[in-house]
Design a protein around this ligand. Structure first.
Ligand code: SF4
Ligand code: SF4
Length: 371
């Protein structure tokens, strides 16, 4: 007997993450992009992106996150931003900020860009170069950040933290203040894509994590509304998992450089799911009815301990991609949860990696990855 067809999903996504390109001048070993990156020749055209934005606005999307790779490598970014503005989508540029001139930034602001999120790999110039694999990166980022503020655009600094830069977390806070950022996102590395391949090189110790919690707590108390600080802890040291992407297919829709549509940027790791492409299917159908987006919505797919847990509608059983990556089972309870029978084993793995000398980075590159 076949299962009855499910009702189309009625709630629209709040945000569209548009991964415009996988090209990037940097090569961060924690990049969340897939190991197999999409090449330029397979990227969507300007006209296709404009149509995607129209379909997104019609579906009810409010926010457009322009990401990558490095989205400013697309020469048509101004046209995409202008289309977003015409459709009344709030546009947020997520950039590494190393190759963007002030003139380009002015053009983007004139096209209607609403917000800029700048990644800073480290406050120490040598550390910043080492993580990004790009010489002279910090000075360029700081010049970019100052240009953003001169143009009056709101600025968020993204600090991705790990064992190599956590000891400078207080200086990240000072830098955000000095640059006039509105928000600082302190995000411990999440281990997907290249970050998973580099987990042993990046995993912090429990002591480093605990200290980062104290620093963020003290900074929040000291600064109040002067600087909003978001904080994401590493899953491996968590008690409960995060509600990944606010729940599968609930709030966010991701369109990759080649038009493939996913409920989160890592969902391609789950075998057996066919993720539709915007060149073949309307965004509305993909969101509301495609089997891939329906797969982990609601509670019916859950097993114990999630099925009868009081938090099941808070964290939705955690991350399906992490359950797949770490346990080979996308329906399992995310092992970040202390109620998962695999939690202790995964925790011990993290602690052992953090205690060992870090191996060399495997930098994110477009070339095929050796086995
Ligand atoms: S994490 Fe680093 S390599 Fe990946 S897209 Fe961002 S800047 Fe580029
Ligand atoms: S058992 Fe499942 S629903 Fe409960 S806290 Fe853990 S992951 Fe969340």
């Amino acid at each position: 007997m076949t299962a009855p067809a499910r009702e189309p999903w009625r709630e629209p996504p709040i945000g569209l993450l548009a991964e415009l390109t996988h090209r990037c001048p940097l090569a961060c070993p924690y990049c969340s992009n897939p190991l197999e990156l999409t090449r330029r020749e397979r990227e969507l055209s300007t006209a296709s992106w404009e149509r995607v934005l129209e379909e997104a606005a019609e579906l009810g999307v409010l926010q457009l996150h322009l990401s990558g790779g490095e989205p400013t490598l697309r020469g048509d970014l101004e046209a995409i931003v202008a289309r977003a503005r015409a459709l009344e989508l709030y546009s947020n540029l997520i950039t590494a900020g190393v190759g963007v001139s002030e003139r380009r930034l002015e053009a983007l602001a004139a096209a209607g860009l609403d917000h800029v999120q700048l990644s800073v790999q480290d406050v120490d110039p040598a550390g910043c170069d080492r993580i990004g694999g790009f010489q002279g990166s910090l000075a360029r980022k700081l010049a970019f950040a100052r240009a953003v503020r001169r143009l009056g655009l709101p600025l968020t600094l993204n600090a991705v933290v790990h064992r190599h830069n956590l000891d400078r977390l207080e200086r990240f806070v000072e830098l955000a203040l000095e640059l006039g950022a509105d928000r600082l996102e302190v995000a411990h590395v999440q281990y997907y894509g290249w970050a998973l391949a580099n987990r042993a090189a990046l995993m912090p110790t429990r002591a480093q994590l605990d200290r980062s919690v104290e620093i963020v707590k003290a900074a929040r108390a000291r600064l109040g509304d002067r600087l909003l600080i978001d904080f994401v802890v590493p899953d491996y040291y968590a008690t409960h998992p995060k509600p990944c992407a606010s729940g599968w297919g609930r709030a966010v829709i991701v369109v990759g450089p080649d038009g493939r549509v996913l409920p989160c940027h890592a969902a391609h790791v789950i075998p057996g799911l066919v993720f539709p492409n915007v060149e073949e299917k309307p965004l509305r159908w993909i969101w509301q009815e495609s089997p891939a987006f329906q797969r982990f919505r609601g509670l019916d797919w859950m097993r114990e301990p999630c099925r009868s847990c009081a938090r099941r509608e808070i964290d939705f059983g955690g991350c399906r991609c992490q359950a797949m990556q770490l346990l080979g089972d996308p329906e399992a309870t995310d092992p970040a949860c202390t109620l998962s029978p695999e939690h202790a084993r995964i925790m011990a793995l993290a602690e052992a990696e953090a205690a060992a000398p870090p191996p060399a980075f495997r930098y994110r590159r477009l070339e095929p990855v050796p086995a």
